[in-house]
Design a protein around this ligand. Structure first.
Ligand code: ADP
Ligand code: GLC
Length: 480
């Protein structure tokens, strides 16, 4: 198949969260299975590994003509990557800066959607273009206008008649909403307005939900939840498309493997865990904590966003400090939570370390160096950090929602099964109880603790199964 993955983020070039990881890793898995795959994403800065193809395209958007260029590279797995070059992408942040989201994001991502269609037709990848008989795998609201452009502009002109679209749903919390008058800037006929209209506003995600051939949520549980109560107002529309909606779990790729990870103090495997203790003491040192191998160390890596439930952890910190544990937090987002954790680490520096900002290497070091990982998300479409922490022998303690419910099995001493603790309902009490079980197991039953670690490390979180399931969805979208 010929597959074009269109996304605002493709790791390692651009990432604010799991969307980048998925759009970096899934194409590799698909290319490894013999498909012609390219990603299309913005060229946010100069990427030294990508070359200017010399291909240019012009689009009329928001009352003006805009010219874009296309840069290209190929990764070690054979997946291609096309970067759309336009001055509006070259800014400090992907979606916004310290004063909030960029005011022209609708333009920036409409431009990306249009450019992705042209890229398929016109950008040569080692000599050959992807062509028009393709599956566009678009992701979240940013690229959800692509099916509209296919139907409103290209197909009426006899182009891309066999192309299919699959919309990946990574987070229903963001719809790409703007005032109705912005519709005029999108350069499509007024008869398409009903596909974008949601309560009198323009809603980009709704357009994608309506017009894409197939919909994929990033876990089976999330696929159900969004038709029920977690669709942020789009539940009814999603329920109406239930027949075209499936849930496919994200996988993780080789960049997250403690046996080979170059970011961590020592590598380790399920057969020999000794390196993990070195990672723990290195993390304690780096974060200025007391260097104590026996003190239970909890890790958090997250966008400090309402979604992630980090406020529940902040409410629990007086109790956590009394339990004589350590806590390391890496995150950015909410100013209030950032200040809270900065203040806490200043007050109890031997027990709490906080790094506010984005730091890829530190994220790996926390996965490896912590004993357990906290993820009390209010909702979690899939979640990658719990998969990473299981892979790193760092049992996760999670709220049983979305992909967390699908991937973390609560430890059962009776059966010896389980990879962590998945609690419900979402409450400080339930989180405290789950942490309490983890502490009891860590301190009183080291053999059980090691069994949980090994269950997690041996769990298959690879992309193999999920890539197969995506293939089936692509074929169905193509009508094969
Ligand atoms: P989400 O996509 O909702 O943020 P995921 O668990 O799917 O949640 O993925 C988060 C990804 O972003 C992980 O790779 C995680 O390590 C990374 N991440 C989040 N915050 C930071 C940060 N402050 N520094 C480095 N990596 C981060
Ligand atoms: C989103 C979700 C997260 C998911 C990621 C990749 O950002 O919040 O749960 O893992 O996308 O699909």
């Amino acid at each position: 198949m010929r597959i074009v993955v269109v996304s605002a983020e493709v790791s390692p070039w651009a990432k604010t969260g799991g969307l980048g990881d998925v759009c970096g890793a899934l194409p590799k898995a698909l290319a490894g299975r013999g498909h012609l795959v390219t990603t299309v994403s913005p060229r946010y800065k100069n990427y030294p590994d990508a070359w200017d193809t010399g291909v240019r395209a012009r689009f009329h958007l928001f009352g003006m003509d805009h010219e874009v260029g296309f840069h290209h590279c190929q990764d070690e797995a054979g997946a291609h990557h096309i970067f759309v070059d336009h001055p509006s992408y070259q800014r400090p942040g992907i979606y916004g800066d310290s004063s909030g989201a960029y005011g022209d994001n609708l333009f920036r991502f409409a431009l990306l959607s249009r450019a992705a269609i042209e890229a398929a037709a016109r950008v040569p990848l080692n000599g050959e273009c992807v062509g028009e008989d393709v599956v566009f795998h678009i992701n979240d609201w940013h690229t959800a206008l692509l099916p509209l452009y296919l139907k409103a502009i290209y197909q009426p002109a006899g182009r891309f008649l066999r192309a299919a679209t699959v919309l990946g749903l990574h987070n229903l919390g963001h719809h790409g909403t703007s005032a109705a008058h912005t519709f005029a800037g999108l350069d499509v006929s007024a008869r398409w307005w009903p596909a974008l209209d949601f309560g009198g506003n323009l809603n980009v995600l709704k357009t994608g939900l309506t017009l894409a051939d197939k919909l994929v949520a990033v876990s089976p549980t999330y696929a159900r939840e969004i038709t029920d109560n977690l669709g942020f107002g789009l539940e009814g529309m999603l329920a109406a498309r239930r027949g075209d909606l499936v849930g496919i779990l994200n996988g993780i790729d080789a960049t997250w493997d403690p046996a080979t990870d170059p970011h961590i103090a020592a590598n380790y495997t399920p057969e020999d865990l000794s390196g993990k203790l070195l990672c723990k003491t290195a993390l304690q040192r780096r974060m200025g904590l007391a260097v104590r191998p026996d003190t239970p160390l909890f890790g958090v890596v997250a966008r400090l966003d309402h979604q992630k439930g980090i406020d529940l952890i902040s409410e629990l910190t007086p109790w956590l400090v009394r339990q004589e544990v350590q806590l390391v937090v890496l995150g950015s987002g909410s100013r209030e939570l950032s200040e809270f954790f900065r203040g806490l680490s200043a007050n109890v520096p031997r027990q709490v370390g906080a790094h506010i900002g984005f730091d890829e290497a530190l994220a790996h070091q926390i996965e490896a160096g912590a004993d357990a990982f906290l993820m009390p998300s209010r909702f979690e479409p899939c979640g990658l950090n719990q998969l990473y922490s299981m892979r790193y022998g760092t049992p996760p303690i999670v709220h049983a929602t979305g992909g967390l419910a699908d991937t973390v099995e609560t430890w059962s001493p009776a059966t010896g099964r389980g990879t962590g603790w998945a609690f419900r309902p979402l409450s400080v009490e339930a989180l405290r109880e789950a942490i309490g079980w983890a502490l009891y197991t860590y301190r009183k039953h080291p053999d059980a603790w090691q069994a949980i670690q090994l269950n997690g490390m041996r769990r298959d979180s690879s992309w193999n199964q999920s890539a197969l399931r995506y293939e089936a969805v692509y074929r169905a979208a193509l009508g094969e």
